[in-house]
Unconditional design. Structure first.
Length: 238
């Protein structure tokens, strides 16, 4: 699904009512104690990477044909794997794929990138991912950004978006590019970045790339990640 409008707001459509029902009462998995952003209950999360990833998961799962019952079951997954890294960190692709592979093998889906956006290029990448999320293409655009090795200037990221098929409905390439540029300029990701930075600071992440399972630090290896997930499952079942 391509970007049809590059809007920064939550998209509307036939599935909106179903999304609202799924979001209602759901808590952000980051551990802040707030409800998912966009839900009817307070306090509501203002949109960290974890909360936004769950919203994207709901919308894209519905678009893929999954039933609300299936989605609710997956939202109830007690395991959260967090990767603290910026998009332009050269070590990110390896640790991201490892986290996805090990969590997937154990049938856990919630693997979230939490970026502090310490460079201008990394911040542009967060903004582009947010533009894609608002149009239902977050997962594919995020994966492309994670494996993109630069450059990170605006023109390079717009070319990446085009290669991924993320265009507006315009038949003119120039108009499509202008719309993408407008979204990058208008989308507000500061609250998301601030919350991810705050959680990174509380956990002592600093400038390093870090991996967590249910908010506990984990060494970057298949075996350590598997042990951490299995241990978290056991702890939750006591």
């Amino acid at each position: 699904m391509g970007l049809t409008g590059f809007g920064a707001a939550e998209p509307a459509g036939p599935a909106t009512a179903t999304v609202e029902q799924l979001v209602a009462g759901a808590f952000c998995a980051c551990g802040c104690g707030s409800h998912l952003p966009g839900g009817p209950h307070s306090p509501a999360c203002f949109g960290c990477s974890v909360g936004k990833a769950d919203l994207a998961f709901i919308r894209e799962s519905l678009a893929a044909g999954r039933t609300p019952r299936e989605i609710l079951r997956q939202l109830a997954d007690p395991i959260l794997v967090e990767v603290f890294a910026d998009y332009d960190d050269e070590r990110l692709p390896a640790i991201w794929e490892r986290a996805r592979r090990v969590a997937g093998a154990l049938r856990h889906h919630r693997v979230v990138l939490r970026t502090q956006a310490r460079s201008a290029g990394a911040r542009r990448a967060v903004a582009l991912a947010e533009c894609a999320r608002a149009e239902g293409s977050f997962a594919s655009m995020q994966r492309a950004l994670i494996h993109h090795r630069g450059p990170w200037d605006e023109d390079a990221l717009l070319r990446l978006a085009e290669r991924e098929g993320l265009r507006t409905a315009s038949s003119l390439e120039s108009e499509s590019l202008d719309s993408m540029r407008s979204c990058l300029a208008a989308v507000d990701v500061q609250l998301q970045i601030d919350k991810d930075r705050n959680h990174a600071g509380v956990r002592g992440v600093g400038d390093r790339l870090a991996l967590f399972v249910n908010r506990e630090p984990v060494d970057d290896s298949d075996a350590a990640l598997r042990r951490a997930i299995e241990s978290a499952i056991r702890a939750g079942s006591v």
